[in-house]
Design a protein. Structure first.
Length: 292
């Protein structure tokens, strides 16, 4: 790993003046964008965590996966703060880079858990309600935190920097078919649920669509970057992928806001109704209350 970083550093030093100016400009843009994300994302994440804690104090069922998702976002934001401070010790920079990647992988895992929970609640309601959901959720959270850590450490110790990109991209790509499956299964189950009101159907599917959009827009470009050799040589595309990944904590905060009942229900319905009508016209039919 250290040899890989040394090689990259030596290559960067061999660039001509024009390339150096380009990278300096790109680094300045990245610095400003990172500062903006920290200034907006950190307080919003803390407010969202406080909102989740207020639900627990009011004897509501704790949204365990959302809590852990926000914690993983908080880890990423703290690592961004360290990057902005620009420590002179390269070892510290590398350590916090690894912590950032770990938090990023954990956040993807908890996004899968949120989508899975919505799917199980709608597609398998009896099984979901009679299972010890709190204990099961805690076990799942432990697995989600442990699995990225073990996998990432294995990749770090048994591969160099260049060889890390492909397995890391494969790990990020695995949740994509799961998001599609959960969305399709939830839509199919809701289309047959006559006891669910139309606005409730739209809200449930809108959250799953939002999860899929967040993953597609923010994570898939980086997966393409890691897998396609031509994309690695495109500096503009490389910088955009980096910015997209840094925006994921902000997107997760909006996911938390949109998952709650409130004033955003009509906005979600207006944004997602055309896509939902294409998925199934039966989704707009139904009556009767449901509580999530």
């Amino acid at each position: 790993m250290e040899d890989s970083f040394i090689n990259i550093t030596s290559q960067n030093r061999s660039y001509d003046d024009s390339t150096t100016i380009y990278f300096n400009t790109e680094q300045k843009i990245m610095y400003v964008v990172t500062c903006i994300i920290i200034c907006i994302g950190l307080p919003l994440t803390l407010v969202a965590i406080h909102g989740v804690c207020s639900l627990v104090r009011n004897d509501h069922v704790a949204p365990i996966y959302i809590i852990n998702l926000l914690i993983s976002d908080l880890i990423q934001l703290c690592c961004m703060i360290v990057e902005v401070v620009l420590p002179e010790d390269s070892i510290i920079t590398t350590i916090f880079l690894f912590i950032y990647i770990f938090g990023l992988m954990a956040s993807v895992g908890f996004m899968v858990c949120i989508a899975m929970e919505r799917y199980l609640f709608i597609a398998w309601p009896l099984w979901y309600r009679f299972r010890p959901t709190i204990k099961t959720s805690v076990v799942v959270c432990v697995v989600v935190w442990t699995l990225p850590l073990v996998t990432f450490l294995s990749i770090v110790f048994f591969a160099d920097l260049d060889d890390m990109l492909i397995p890391f991209a494969v790990l990020l790509l695995l949740p994509f078919p799961l998001f599609i499956f959960f969305l399709h299964g939830t839509v199919k189950a809701l289309s047959a649920a006559i006891s669910v009101p139309a606005d409730e159907k739209r809200r449930i599917v809108a959250v799953l669509i939002l999860v899929l959009l967040i993953y597609t827009l923010l994570f898939l470009p980086s997966i393409i970057l890691f897998l396609v050799e031509e994309a690695k040589n495109n500096n503009t595309f490389n910088g955009m992928c980096n910015i997209f990944l840094r925006l994921s904590p902000l997107a997760d905060v909006f996911l938390y806001v949109f998952s709650r009942k409130g004033a955003v229900d009509k906005l979600l319905a207006s944004l997602c109704q055309p896509l939902m009508e294409c998925l199934t016209p039966d989704l707009l039919e139904g009556s009767g209350p449901i509580t999530i």
